[in-house]
Design a binder for this molecule. Structure first.
Ligand code: SF4
Length: 323
């Protein structure tokens, strides 16, 4: 059974037209997205900034209220849960944020930042048990437990992200949404954090939804990849299949920007022209057509649906061919 099943999820934000006026337009940040994550699996979610991936990441764990759709977590639709019912489930899904500088309260010591989750969910029976769990968590993320009384500003960027990971791990979640967890870090530190996340997954069987704009990072860590453009999934499939044989021109362009090690590689960079169109007024037909280098006349009229190009690999393009 899947741990998480997202079915036709929509997140539309109203655009207020005038004071006291009713919203007439909506930002379609997430528009009819479906996918699933198995227990212990990493699914990468990639796209340019503004494509809706952060909104989607937050909506699947109900940090943002969805407009429509189902969020089936462990067999239960949590989309309509709120209040105490939702809080009781929150232990099972956590989030690691992009900015380790902004996501930690600068006035709290590490012991309080990480221990707060233990206290809220009553996971330590007394002070001694709390201290022991805290020590275990800090060791698990590669931090020195003797630094538990320090404040966030006394740590480096990578160490702060480790504190954020320890905070997420404290409640023993089954799913962690990692929202660009390494993009604010130095390249040398990025690999350490990725390796840590992979080790923790192996030890604890946690599933990750790994959100990033950098396909090189997503490719490395994910078993499956979802590519998002203007609030919709345009390609999805097994990581090796998507990266070796991308079927959607947008994925092809993203992949062409990933550096290759082979100096003899003949791969050409595909440069996309123009900006991502407004999600308030998305283009008709294929939403990618104004930027697509191979668009045809019908692309301006007909909306492509996500269809199977080979088992486990889907693309939303009229020209996408199967094997
Ligand atoms: Fe390009 Fe047309 Fe495919 Fe859209 S449907 S990605 S415009 S070729």
């Amino acid at each position: 059974m899947n741990l998480l099943e997202i079915q036709n999820l929509k997140v539309h934000f109203p655009v207020q037209q005038r004071l006291f006026g009713r919203a007439k337009e909506f930002v379609r940040a997430v528009d009819d997205v479906s996918f699933a994550i198995a227990p212990g699996e990493t699914v990468g979610l990639v796209g340019e900034s503004g494509c809706g991936k952060t909104t989607l990441g937050r909506a699947v764990i109900k940090l943002i209220e969805p407009t429509a759709g189902r969020i089936v977590f462990n067999g239960e639709d949590i989309a309509l849960l709120s209040g105490a019912q939702l809080r009781a489930r929150r232990r099972q899904f956590q989030m690691i944020f992009q900015d380790p500088y902004a996501s930690l309260n600068p006035r709290l010591k590490v012991t309080d930042i990480v221990g707060e989750a233990l206290d809220i969910h009553g996971l330590a029976v007394d002070a001694s048990a709390r201290r022991q769990r805290l020590e275990g968590l800090l060791k698990a993320v590669g931090l020195d437990p003797s630094h538990a009384l320090r404040y966030p500003h006394e740590f480096s960027g990578g160490q702060r992200q480790r504190i954020g990971i320890a905070r997420a791990l404290a409640v023993e979640p089954r799913l962690i949404v990692c929202d660009e967890p390494v993009s604010a870090l130095d390249v040398s530190v990025q690999a350490q954090i990725i390796n840590l996340l992979q080790d923790l997954q192996q030890e604890r069987g946690i599933a990750y939804l790994f959100v990033a704009h950098d396909l090189a990072v997503v490719k490395h860590i994910s078993r499956r990849i979802l590519v998002m453009y203007l609030g919709r999934l345009v390609e999805a499939g097994d990581s090796a299949s998507v990266c070796r044989s991308p079927r959607h021109p947008y994925t092809q362009a993203l992949l062409s920007a990933v550096p290759v090690v082979d100096p003899d590689s003949k791969r050409q960079r595909i440069l996309l022209t123009g900006d991502v169109p407004s999600p308030i007024h998305p283009p008709g037909g294929c939403p990618f057509h104004p930027r697509c280098p191979v668009a045809e006349a019908r692309c301006k009229i007909e909306v492509p649906t996500l269809r199977t190009v080979k088992p486990g690999h889907f693309a939303a393009c009229h020209l996408a061919k199967g094997d």
